[in-house]
Design a protein around this ligand. Structure first.
Ligand SMILES: Cc1ncc(COP(=O)(O)O)c(C=O)c1O
Length: 392
């Protein structure tokens, strides 16, 4: 038996397993049967903005050679991303294009950021429940995840008090901290003051802050704050996958602190060469698709409002504050302490695919499920109706 590296011994990403079962179930259904409703993955039902597709069509029709780009990305795209920081945020951030690296989605950004900033064995803190690949990528890179259990009292977000408690408890401060606001799965946010306090504390304590800002723009009760306006040492991760509905294009970016630009450039040249050229063309045009995106966001707002109204009436009363992203983290504890079994019954009996909370919180997620409401709006209305009738 040949050796397999320990870094490959990852936990599966259960949302993807549920998605595979939902697709298999749908394949057994005829045209007259009720459709399987897909609330398990965070994949917008809308495609890339029309302006992005049109830009790619123009480039292809013009015979633009699609080759490697500069390792950090097309200059014009990096300039466009820098302009985004000046126009998008209530507190604009001045970001020079040469601190921006275009990546293969946020996922590619994590790999570069973690490799550039940390050494094997370093301890990286993050709040649970969390987006599972954080911990899985850390594990693959021989970094150690330090999970900070959080609850409704801090809106499932980490605080300076969590870090202070680590230090006081003899564990010592971590080497890094990952935050996501809005976060996945709870859809909750750090407000600007809370993020600023974390950024200050991390900078002063030598903790590298990694701020996952992929759900920025999907903020339902106030504008987002970006860590790059608050810290000179934080790494910002972002992506076109969510707000711009471009999951399949695999394009995102990081804003790097000065000291990590050259390390990330070297890593990027060697690990990826560049992000896909075609996706970079699409991304640049997507930044000008404001009206189309506004219509998509209006649909999310309606779906969210409908579910927030209908779920308590259907007996699901304990929901995380749905401040952002397109998720509801639902406490099903009154009905079941086995979120995996609950989701299996929900799929089999009600035709609703949802993700068990254990994906996001191995210890406490047995009493939660995550519902994603970025699918077709009509499906969200139908899901609420089926949930009301579901007795499992
Ligand atoms: C919090 C969070 N970060 C990052 C990602 C990965 O995004 P990308 O498609 O840009 O790799 C996701 C995807 O669901 C996510 O929820």
């Amino acid at each position: 038996m040949l050796k397999i590296g320990a870094g490959a011994s990852l936990r599966p990403f259960l949302a993807m397993d549920v998605a595979a079962r939902a697709s298999a179930l749908q394949a057994t259904r005829g045209p007259a049967d009720p459709r399987v409703l897909r609330l398990e993955v965070g994949q917008p039902a809308t495609g890339a903005p029309r302006a992005a597709v049109a830009a790619v069509q123009r480039a292809l029709a013009a015979g633009t050679p699609l080759g490697y780009t500069d390792a950090l990305g097309l200059h014009s795209l990096r300039a466009r991303i820098a302009a985004h920081y000046r126009s998008f945020y209530a507190v604009p951030a001045q970001v020079p294009p040469d601190r921006i690296a275009v990546t293969t989605g946020a996922s590619g950004g994590f790999l570069l950021a973690f490799l550039a900033a940390f050494d094997p064995g370093d301890r990286i803190a993050l709040a649970s429940p969390y987006y599972p690949p954080y911990v899985n990528i850390l594990h693959a890179l021989s970094l150690r995840a330090v999970v900070l259990p959080t609850g409704p009292d801090t809106r499932y977000q980490p605080t300076v008090a969590h870090l202070e408690a680590m230090a006081a408890g003899g564990q010592g401060l971590p080497d890094g901290l990952i935050v996501a606001s809005p976060g996945n799965p709870a859809g909750t946010c750090l407000d600007a003051d809370e993020l600023a306090a974390l950024a200050r504390y991390c900078h002063a304590s030598g903790i590298r802050l990694v701020s996952d800002e992929i759900y920025h723009g999907l903020n339902w009760d106030g504008p987002p704050a970006t860590a790059c306006a608050l810290s000179d040492s934080a790494i910002i991760i972002n992506s076109l996958s969510k707000y711009w509905s471009m999951t399949g294009w695999r394009v995102g970016w990081t804003v790097l602190p000065e000291d990590l630009v050259a390390p990330v450039l070297r890593l990027k040249q060697n690990l990826f060469i560049s992000a896909p050229h075609v996706s970079q063309i699409a991304a640049e045009a997507a930044f000008d698709a404001g009206d189309e995106i506004a219509a998509t966001l209006a649909g999310y707002r309606r779906a969210r409002a409908h579910l927030l109204d209908a779920l308590p009436a259907a007996g699901f009363r304990d929901l995380s504050p749905a401040q952002g992203a397109f998720y509801l983290y639902v406490d099903i504890g009154a009905r079941s302490q086995d979120s995996v079994g609950f989701c299996a019954r929900l799929l089999a009996e009600a035709g609703i695919a949802a993700t068990p909370g254990v994906d996001f919180d191995a210890k406490r997620g047995h009493r939660h499920v995550r519902l994603s409401y970025c699918g077709p709006e009509a499906d969200m209305v139908e899901a609420a109706r089926r949930l009301a009738a579901f007795s499992g």
